[in-house]
Design a binder for this molecule. Structure first.
Ligand code: 3PY
Ligand code: MG
Length: 247
């Protein structure tokens, strides 16, 4: 039995994920085969529909933990991702302690939350599944807006928030476009990271490639993105085409 991501974070581990957005169960299978700490399937911006999600998690065959970045902070989005077999959720655009608490509640069965069990998924051994969820279901909330940044300390301190994950892409959009956006984004990341440290909550951050992921891990971020399918595929095609381009 491998340790859950939640247990690994709890024990102080730093995790590196592969991030999948192209909506392809076959790509998810390939990413899992490479053996990352975990996979993240993106249902906010990614191309997965609900059946793709079921197929993608099936293709992983339990070999690697899967988190789903859900489309929005709603019980249905969170519940269906977990029903499909995700070990946890990453909830985008969280802006307050109340919203963070709502995300936690949506991911937990009563009496700890409001997650609904429909008797449909998982189809086997529901009682054991529920017991496992109480221990293993991971809830990450994303800070990636100005309001989220302002409320970072309160968000990071919400009980049941296992990880705060910084969305650098949206943060740049929110802090731009004028002036030194990159510097403002760095300042914001450092402030969120510090708020997490003060609350004793692990902090992760979206990174575009391996080098950025290694650098962020060295700064103390506990979940980084080592690879994302769009970048990997684009880079592979680009390099191959360039090797045969006329001089
Ligand atoms: C962001 O960077 O805004 C994200 O949500 C991660 O893709
Ligand atoms: Mg985002």
């Amino acid at each position: 039995d491998r340790a859950s991501c939640r247990a690994r974070l709890e024990s102080g581990d730093s995790l590196a994920c592969a991030w999948l957005a192209m909506g392809s169960p076959a790509l998810v299978e390939a990413a899992a085969h490479a053996g990352p700490d975990l996979l993240v399937l993106d249902l906010q911006h990614g191309l997965f529909d609900r059946r793709d999600l079921e197929a993608a998690i099936g293709a992983v065959r339990g070999d690697v933990p899967v988190l789903v970045r859900v489309a929005e902070n709603r019980p249905l989005a969170i519940g269906t991702a977990l029903d499909a077999g995700a070990e946890g959720v990453i909830v985008p655009l969280v802006e307050s302690a109340e919203e963070a608490a709502a995300a936690v509640s949506a991911a937990r069965y009563p009496p700890h939350g409001i997650r609904s069990g429909g008797g449909v998924r998982p189809l086997a051994d529901f009682a054991a599944y529920v017991a496992g969820c109480a221990r293993d279901t991971l809830v990450a909330v994303m800070i990636e807006t100005k309001a989220g940044l302002e409320n970072a300390a309160a968000i990071a301190a919400v009980p049941g928030v296992d990880l705060v994950f910084i969305g650098t892409g949206d943060l740049v959009l929110c802090l731009g476009p004028d002036g030194d956006v990159k510097a403002r984004c760095e300042e914001a990341c450092a402030a969120i990271h510090a708020a997490c440290e003060a609350a004793g909550t692990p902090c992760g951050i979206f990174t575009p490639d391996v080098d950025a992921a290694l650098a962020r891990r060295a700064e103390g971020y506990r979940l980084v993105v080592a690879a994302n399918d769009i970048a990997v595929v684009n880079e592979g095609f680009r390099r191959a085409a360039a090797a045969f381009a006329p001089a």
